[in-house]
Design a protein around this ligand. Sequence first.
Ligand SMILES: [Zn+2]
Length: 186
Amino acid sequence: MPRHIVCLTFDFDTQSGFIARGMTSATALSRGEFGLVGAQRILALLKAYGMRATWFVPGFTIESHPRACEAVVRDGHEVAHHSWAHVPPAQQTRAEEEADLVRANDAIAALTGRKARGYRSPSWDLSENTIDLLLAHGFIYDSSLMGADYWPYRARRVDRNADQLVARRLSALRVRPHASDRAAGT
Ligand SMILES: [Zn+2]
């Protein structure tokens, strides 16, 4: 029988994603709280099949729900970086982004005994500084980009102006942007 290899990952955001978007009503927060219920079920399922996964956990979740995060570590799963409070880096200054990166990594180190090796941006949205900061802080991989599914690839550090990049590529291919695209500014 062929051996299949899969990479399972889970984002353990709890309330952080809602709070980051200003959704702080009781219902929105309860949706985040349900993450604790879901995490228990996922942990039980993974344990039943003897599988280990990667959990991307914001520092907010580690600080707010320590018992639930300890259960993730106890079951042997990797804990990876998912920001401090689920604020997309593209909305932050470089100093803010780095401060959050360090703060959340310190929380992961306190929980697991080691700093994170992997990073997934909240909302998958990298800033122009993110890759440099990940390199500076010893990360091995990022899980935010979507240029391939099965194979890892090297993140480019120069995609700062997507409009210019796309225009150059279209020009090289001798393709003119569609009129409706130009009207929409894309
Ligand atoms: Zn998330």
